[in-house]
Structures are given as structure tokens and as C-alpha cells.
Design a protein around this ligand. Sequence first.
Ligand code: ZN
Length: 370
Amino acid sequence: MLRSVGFAFLILLSQIGATMEERMEHGYYKYHPMTEITSWMQQIVREHPSLVSTEAYGKTFENRTISLLKIGERTSGVEKKAIWMDCGIHAREWIAPAFCQYFVREILQAYNKTDPKMREMMKNVDFYVTPVLNVDGYIYSWTDNTTRLWRKTRSPGPEDCVCFGDGGTDLNRNFDALWGTVGMSHNCCSLFYAGAGPLSEPESQAVTEFVGSRKADILCFLTIHNYGQMVLVPYGHPNIISPNHNELMEVGLAAADAIRGVHGTSYTVGISHDILYPHSGLSMDWARLVGIPFSFCLELRDKGQHGFELPEEQVRATCEEAYAGVLHIVRHVHDKIFCRSGAVAITATTTTLWTTLLVAAWVTGCTTAL
Ligand SMILES: [Zn+2]
């Protein structure tokens, strides 16, 4: 009898333990190693089974799985559009994966608090969020102080590559977008080594295949980096310009305004070759070149004081302000497709604005929260 009571007690304890583990609050204002990010992804799927699923869409050089979270209402018979976001393409930019995690929490919280705009967007759009794209590099950057500033992948480079720092390819020079022309290196030891050829790396191949096969449905491509406090628009190469350049700039400038409105942080907006430097093989450029209408790269805090080693005390504020900027972009992209009348109404004169918006909302069924 005693033995069976003790056994039951043990079972109860293990159940409580499991429940506590499942409900354990994820720390959104700190940096997490890859194992914790993977567990967090599983936890998010468990907690929101009707809204979130995970999808493995590629393997890294070291044969690790690259996964994303797909977030949106499952609506049968309705063709949904999508928004792409990847973080952690450069290993040492730890604030980027932290932002992706924060972004996922915020949109889910907004949805669950019945924010009408978020509900509407999740009906029309799926968010594809990759918290860590360069998984091998990210894990390597967590090894110790000597590897903390690792940027590239962990592929060894060409056979004759001998350098202090173990090779690796800069994934954001490896995409098939005017590959190998400017702002990169063919020296395998360089931080900006573009790889043996366009898409020589399995990680850039995975993104190209996944996004490329859905390019007609992807409205917006967002890639998150640090540092510099910038909203960058295509292209890195100085000889080409996007057909919708003016609109990209308008949306980018408004996103920077939204960012400034949160903590007063100032972001510069511009073409990447202009305000950064000319470069090629960028994922943002590739996305725009294959026809995804909106493509942005965000360079999060700071402006160089701490650089890639942004202190954890700044994670919260950095994520809060960046979220406001991204939300502005996402809303614009969504409303342009799904609330056309509302978009026209915004240009109406101020005297008739509210009336017009109300009519537009009624006509389109869109929530025109500004
Ligand atoms: Zn970067």
C-alpha cells in the first residue's frame, strides 16, 4: 500500500514537473543558445496548435535542420499570401534571433487579445519566420569568447583554403543576385567570402528553394541583421534600381518614424549601396529580383558602441522599437493587397478622412486602424 502511494506520488510529481516545464516562460529579453531556441519553437507550436506549425526546409553544411514557424489562420479554400522573415543569417548578430522570437510572441499575443487588425492579417497572410538561418555559425558563435564574433557558415571553403579562422562563407554574399560582382571577396579567409559560386551553400539554397517556389504568394521579404540602425532597400549593386523604389523608400521612412516613436532611436533609411556600401549576392536583392514586391533588410541597434555584442539590457528596447517598424511594413503590405479602398482613402483630405475611412472599412471589410 505504502509502496503504491509512493509510486503514485512520484507520478504526480513528474506530471507537475512536465506541466511546469511546458509552461515555463521563455525569456524574451535575453540571448538564447540554439538548443533553447529549438525548444522554444516546439513550445510555441504546442501552445498554439491551430495557428502555428513548424516546417523543416533545409539542412546546414553540418547537417543540422533549418526550421521556420508558419503562423496564420488555417483557412480552407482561401488562397493566402505570405510574409517572410529570417533572422541570424550572420552568426554573431545575436540580437536578430532575439528579435524573431519577440516578433512571434507579439503577433500571437495581439491575435489572442483579439486585436482586430492582427486577426484580419492572419486570415489573409501566413508569416514564415526563421529564427536562426545560419544554424551552424550561430552554434559556433556560442562556443567561447574566441568564436563569439563568427559571421559566416561553417563550410570549409575550397580544398586549398588555409586560413586562420576556418573558412566559412558569408551567406549574405552567396545569393544569386549579381553574385561576385562588388562588395565581396573571393578570398576564402575574408569575412565577406562569397563562396565558390552563387548558392554554393546549402543554407542559401534552402531559402532560394522555399521562397522561390512560393514567390507569387510572398508579398514581403524581411531579413534581420545588426548593427547600424538602418532600414535598407534594394539593391546593393549601384547599377540597378527597383521599379517600386519610391514606394519602398516611403514605407521604409514611415517604418523609421514608427521606430523613433517608441524610444526615440533614429534609423537611417536608404538604398544599401548608398548608405552602407556596394555589395552583391544579398538575399534581400535576390528576393526583389525574383519579383517579391517588398524587400527590406533591417540593421538593428546599435551604431557601433557595442556593435555585435549588444548588451542584453538593450534587447527589450531594441525589439520593442523594431517591432513597431516591422509592423508598419507588414500592415502596408497587407493593406495594399487586401484593403485597396482603404489605401485610397488614406490620401483623402483631412476633412473627409474619417468619413471616407469608415465607408472604405465597410466596403472592404478591412480594419483601417492607423
Ligand atoms: Zn549581418
